[in-house]
Design a protein around this ligand. Structure first.
Ligand code: PAF
Length: 290
């Protein structure tokens, strides 16, 4: 369900790294902890829950809106990605955001920018295979945003679970002085994970979309009941195709920390099931602990 802001207030908006650093520096000088929620805009309740979580851990909360071109593949939806800064700013104000950083592409990637961050291992399977270059784009822009804002704590959604683990690895490997918090996935009543891309779904597709969450939960139950991992994954792919998904990129049960493969038989320790599948032209992802 689309949400609309109740009022048209906005947090102050800065568009340059210098202005962001000046405001964050002033807050830090007066003793505030800084929380940060990076986004690409097209905000929904899931994003607002990230802002509220950041609020619980910091005196001042910064959000960013930047549709990052380097994390989109050539045939993906960078141009079509929904953009409505005024609506997003009003929602951020309601959620308790104190400052919006909304740079343009030239501010984030000035002419001559030539550095890309690649996180090996955890970036490679799943979406790393299905969307080559995606996580290098994410890691690079997140490293820049964290360096620009210098928050004490930054919040990312578990909805993008592989992204969250890539960011955790990045922060550890580069000794970035920030605490990374994962926030639980916000869901619609029928279980569909909230996503900016849900706006692309037709009403008929939106009805089918809830099968993604149901199917993952069912596969998790089967594996916990003793079914072999590969059999449960294969049954989930079949169930999604039968429900009306056009293409399934993956349904896989992995170790949660590094997203490495589990053994072939029934599982005993912590595990996460992750999936990506196309409904019409819309690519949906979801995951859950099992
Ligand atoms: O999850 C997102 O919205 C984006 O991938 C992020 C983390 C803001 C980086 O562009």
């Amino acid at each position: 369900m689309a949400i609309s802001p109740a009022m048209s207030a906005s947090p102050p908006i800065v568009r340059t790294v210098a202005a962001l650093r000046a405001q964050v520096g002033a807050w830090r000088a007066q003793g505030d902890r800084i929380g940060f929620t990076p986004t690409m805009g097209a905000l929904h309740e899931g994003h607002l829950s990230l802002v509220r979580l950041a609020r619980e851990h910091a005196g001042k909360v910064v959000a960013s809106i930047f549709v990052n071109p380097t994390q989109f593949g050539p045939n993906e939806d960078f141009d079509a990605y929904p953009r409505d800064e005024a609506r997003d700013a009003a929602l951020l104000a309601e959620a308790g955001c104190d400052l919006l950083f909304a740079p343009d592409v030239a501010e984030m990637y000035p002419p001559g920018a030539a550095t890309t961050i690649t996180v090996s291992g955890v970036s490679e399977p799943l979406d790393g295979q299905a969307r080559p270059g995606h996580f290098a784009g994410v890691a690079t822009v997140v490293a820049k945003l964290l360096n620009q804002c210098a928050p004490d704590v930054a919040v990312f959604g578990e909805k993008d679970f592989q992204q969250l683990q890539v960011i955790r690895r990045l922060v550890r490997d580069l000794d970035l002085p920030v605490e990374i918090l994962g926030a639980p996935t916000a869901r619609a009543e029928d279980g569909l994970a909230l996503s900016s891309r849900n706006a692309y779904l037709t009403p008929a597709e939106r009805t089918v979309a809830a099968a993604l969450n149901r199917t993952l939960a069912e596969a998790g139950r089967r594996v916990r009941a003793g079914e072999a991992v590969a059999a449960a994954e294969a049954a989930a792919v079949d169930a999604l195709l039968a429900a009306g998904f056009r293409q399934v990129d993956y349904v896989e049960i992995r170790r949660p920390d590094d997203l490495g493969r589990l053994g072939p038989s029934a599982i005993s320790g912590p595990a996460r099931i992750l999936a990506a599948a196309f409904l019409g032209r819309t690519r949906l992802i979801d995951n859950m602990a099992i």
